[in-house]
Design a protein around this ligand. Structure first.
Ligand code: SIN
Length: 484
């Protein structure tokens, strides 16, 4: 399988700048397979010089791109999406090889990623302005929306393709050009996307991909007066640094940062539905999503039933190489990720947590494996309740009163996603309104899709991606005042 992937035309060990494939003369970054540690290839370790070239290319391409009609941009985005779907199997295999996620999930991500292009292909046509009643006779006040200009995106390894299309789809639809810096752990999916951009006919310089030294590339983006917008998905720590640096040129910034999602199960919920939802919201991408559940808060009367049923469902998870049939839990991205989950398990057990299932890392398999783990008797002083685990660890914390659950859920500086299960409609509204999160799943655990606004409150970020709001992040409102 590896040979087939690395010999395909989608496997590029070069950056895509100004419509050209550029290799490094000096430094490279090795990329490995998290399932076994094998090096699968390398990409250029570019720095400030090449980033400045990419910025210039994006700036040069801007006037012609922003002059295209919305219908033309829409058609190109749609074509790009169709190519992704046509080659979904090859793109998914490449993603599994570098990211580790089970092939079924990788394929689902390609479909999800393409949906952002088709969504924004439509939204491009709906970037409406307004007419506003004038204040003087004969005067006319109107607004138009225009793309912000040259954009930069810094994207994560957990969703190597969809986090790019969510940003680039909106940027291109708005008439902006973009430079993407993918995570060094998963650059090949980004470069494969560039292969298809070329085939779809996206003009040179409109979509660029640069790999390399993350801090040098980010510093070049924020030091540039040409880059007008930066969009970042990643940690709160890096997001905060980027925001500070973006202040130099008052760059617009969108930040999709960490989460610490609570999942509340009330005693009036259907426990079977809550367990099914818990499995999906906790174990998608082996727990490595910003919206994955970090803390299960379960009302005491139903806690034994929920715990028992969750343990049964978790025992059926199959851990292994993402290419193997039936596997639904895969290697984590690197050893540090395994160590973090281990630390959270050890800390929870040391603080009185009861280990129900798992708790073992499996380095003997050669990859970054850790068993899905369930801990009961959790409490809010445990590290797992204060920090994002980003792995397959589920901790159950019992509670008595609704107000107690809400207080615990909100007791974090982060506010990305929250979930709860209840069959009481009054409680559903009441709790949904009180949870401090940008996204709330109510008897629903898969909340991400192109038509919905993705984003957080508090230290989880700024701005929204996807939906009609996602386009606005890449547009300015210009007010025109016509005198009499
Ligand atoms: C993320 O983990 O950042 C995003 C996942 C999603 O789109 O659901």
């Amino acid at each position: 399988m590896r040979d087939q992937i690395v010999n395909s035309r989608f496997f590029k060990q070069a950056c895509y700048i100004d419509g050209r494939w550029i290799k490094s003369n000096e430094d490279w970054i090795d990329v490995d397979n998290p399932a076994n540690g094998d090096i699968i290839g390398r990409v250029p370790k570019f720095s400030a010089v090449q980033t400045s070239q990419a910025i210039s290319a994006a700036a040069q391409a801007l006037p012609a791109w922003r002059a295209t009609s919305a219908a033309e941009r829409s058609a190109l985005l749609r074509c790009w999406a169709e190519l992704m779907l046509q080659h979904a199997d090859a793109l998914a295999a490449l993603m599994t090889l570098e990211q580790g996620k089970p092939l079924v999930e990788a394929k689902a991500e390609i479909v999800y990623a393409a949906s952002y292009f088709t969504w924004f292909a439509e939204e491009a046509k709906r970037a409406y302005g307004e007419t506003i009643p004038a204040v003087k006779p004969g005067q006319h006040i109107v607004t138009i929306k225009q793309g912000v200009g040259v954009c930069a995106a810094i994207t994560p390894w957990n969703f190597p393709t969809s986090m790019i299309t969510r940003k680039a789809g909106a940027a291109l639809a708005a008439g902006c050009t973009i430079i993407v810096k993918p995570a060094s752990a998963t650059p090949f999916s980004a470069l494969a996307l560039a292969v298809l951009a070329e085939e779809a006919g996206i003009p040179s310089g409109v979509f660029n991909v640069i790999t390399g030294n993350a801090s040098a590339i980010a510093a070049t983006f924020t030091a540039s007066a040409v880059v007008t917008k930066i969009s970042f998905t990643g940690s709160t720590k890096i997001g905060s640094q980027l925001m500070a640096n973006a202040a130099q040129h008052i760059q617009k910034i969108s930040l999709e940062l960490g989460g610490n999602a609570p999942f509340i199960v009330f005693d009036d919920a259907s426990i079977d539905k809550a367990v099914a939802g818990a499995m999906a919201a906790k174990f998608r991408n082996t727990g490595q999503t910003c919206v994955c559940v970090n803390r299960f808060l379960v009302q005491r009367a139903v806690e034994p039933e929920f715990r028992k049923k969750l343990a049964i469902a978790m025992a059926e998870l199959i851990l292994g190489d993402g290419f193997d049939e039936g596997v639904n839990q895969s290697a984590l991205i690197n050893r540090a990720a395994v160590e973090k989950v281990n630390d959270h398990i050890n800390d929870a057990v040391a603080q009185g947590g009861q280990l129900i299932l798992g708790g073992v890392s499996c380095p003997q398999q050669g990859g970054n494996y850790i068993e899905p783990t369930l801990i009961a008797n959790g409490h809010s002083a445990m590290s797992v309740c204060c920090e994002e685990t980003f792995g397959p660890l589920a901790v159950i914390i019992p509670f008595d009163k609704e107000s107690e659950a809400i207080a615990m859920a909100n007791d974090t500086p982060l506010g990305l996603a929250a979930y709860f299960y209840s069959d009481n409609i009054h409680r559903c509204w009441r709790v949904a309104e009180q949870l401090e999160a940008g996204m709330v799943g109510i008897n629903e655990s898969i909340i991400s899709n192109a038509s919905a606004p993705f984003g957080g409150v508090k230290s989880s970020g700024l701005g929204r991606e996807g939906s009609k709001y996602g386009l606005d992040e890449y547009m300015e409102v210009k007010y025109l005042c016509f005198g009499s």
